[in-house]
Design a binder for this molecule. Structure first.
Ligand code: EPU
Length: 417
């Protein structure tokens, strides 16, 4: 099995270009099957989650042409058959085929999705939305058949602003008859990106990016060309890294607005950065004050950056605190960081961790526990003394486009072995 080997301690300078957002493209690709002509998506990152979605599309007999950074999807010849357990379980985002196939064919047959085991991650809110639109759901041993004679617009209140449920309900409602209103909808930038994509095809979606989204059903969706927004979590990962060992390191091709919570916290801690229109240059940081973060739905501090912030916190001048409110099991990476010297305490309910600062991290043999946990180890290895070997890197490659190349280009010693 491949591993990532890193020799730490080198200052990094130059430019890291940010790729298209994983959590956007993984919804855009399933959404493309709602298009009645050809949908073209650009700024597509080269990550294995995209490969896994391509395999599902091929299984369904869609025509997909993938060139560097671009996919064209034509769904005229789709065969709406069962998406096998093997394909469904490859990734979390396979669940977007539920909304997309239900919206297009009024029927979907697939299994419970996969994804990082960072919590229980139920899909009850997605199903509640489909049922409200008129679908009948049959579930047995993680196998779902969701079907409807007719999908009819309605009012749906989400008990929690779930990203996945919001997007899935939009997908199912886009061609339903009448008007659907989602209240307490998620407001992440990825939701806006998906709504813009569908509106470019002729859908009528208003309010994406706020907590109330209105979808007026349409019959036909025409061809369109759409760009994936920059990945705010990839950008945030490298921004944290730059705050630790960057020397005028530029994080380029980003939307700084999407990173407001992280920028605020790093600035509070004493990081000196210059925020441009589409980039951030980190000048350096010397006196890292300890900080507290609490993960929340957007625009709160993103849970997907919490684990990487834990690595940052090991270098602060006192103890820092992370409160995780989204997932029940997102501190697993701390036990791997511990092998490199990190010291921490996790509260009994697993919702709060205190991370000790001023730790000299040392190279070690560690294992990725999940995607962002893996990224927290990469950052730790880059600042540590000596050599670190990270196993289970398939998690990392699911979400970080050309990570080895990007880091090598700014001076890191990193290779896949
Ligand atoms: N939840 C429910 N019921 C539902 C749906 C969600 O209880 O039906 C709960 C979840 O268990 C969780 C919380 O609500 O505790 C948030 O879940 P949400 O649905 O918002 O997350 P998701 O759609 O499963 C996406 C991203 C995650 C990211 C979250 C939050 C994708 C494929 N995944 O997951 O990304 O953490 O939104 O921003 O878009 C990652 O990139 O590392 C990652 C885990």
């Amino acid at each position: 099995m491949p591993k990532i080997k890193i020799t730490g301690g080198r200052k990094l300078s130059g430019t890291i270009p940010i790729s298209g957002a994983k959590n956007s493209v993984v919804a855009l690709i399933p959404a493309a099957i709602l298009c009645d002509e050809t949908a073209t998506i650009s700024n597509v990152p080269d990550i294995t989650d995209v490969d896994d979605l391509e395999n599902i599309l091929t299984h369904l007999n869609a025509r997909i042409t993938r060139t560097t950074g671009k996919v064209e999807i034509n769904s005229s010849d789709i065969i709406n058959k069962e998406i096998t357990a093997e394909l469904s379980k490859k990734l979390r985002a396979s669940y977007y085929f539920m909304g997309a196939l239900l919206g297009k064919f009024k029927k979907v047959d697939m299994y419970f999705p996969g994804g990082c085991s960072i919590g229980e991650r139920p899909i009850n809110l997605h199903l509640k939305g489909f049922a409200a639109l008129g679908a009948k759901i049959t579930e047995e041993d993680n196998h779902f058949i969701i079907e409807a004679d007719k999908l009819k617009g309605t009012n749906i209140y989400l008990d929690f602003p779930s990203v996945g449920a919001t997007i899935n309900i939009i997908l199912a409602a886009v061609k339903a008859s009448g008007r659907t209103i989602i209240d307490n909808a998620a407001a992440e930038p990825e939701i806006v990106n998906i709504a813009t994509f569908l509106n470019n095809m002729g859908a009528k979606i208003k309010g994406a990016g706020t907590s109330t989204i209105t979808i007026t059903g349409v019959k036909y969706l025409h061809s369109c060309f759409h760009e994936v927004i920059p990945d705010r979590i990839e950008a945030g990962t490298y921004l944290i890294l730059a705050s630790l060992i960057g020397e005028n390191l530029k994080i380029d091709n980003i939307i700084p607005n999407h990173l407001e919570a992280l920028i605020a916290k790093l600035t509070e801690s004493g990081v000196d950065m210059e925020v441009g229109i589409d980039n951030i240059v980190v000048k350096g940081s010397h006196d890292r004050k300890p900080i507290s973060i609490k993960t929340l739905p957007h625009p709160g501090f993103p849970t997907d950056l919490q684990q990487i912030m834990a690595t940052y916190m090991t270098q602060c001048r006192g103890s820092s605190i992370i409160e995780e409110t989204i997932y029940e099991n997102r501190f697993q990476n701390l036990y791997e960081l511990e092998k490199m010297g990190a010291t921490f305490k996790i509260r009994k309910d697993n919702k709060k961790a205190t991370i000790k600062g001023k730790i000299k991290l040392k190279g070690a043999k560690v294992s990725s526990t999940d995607l962002r946990g893996g990224a927290s180890l990469v950052v730790a290895a880059l600042i540590a003394d000596g050599t670190t070997t990270i196993s289970n890197i398939s998690y990392i490659l699911r979400g970080y486009d050309r990570i080895v190349e990007k880091l090598t280009n700014v001076g890191a010693k990193i290779e896949i072995i």
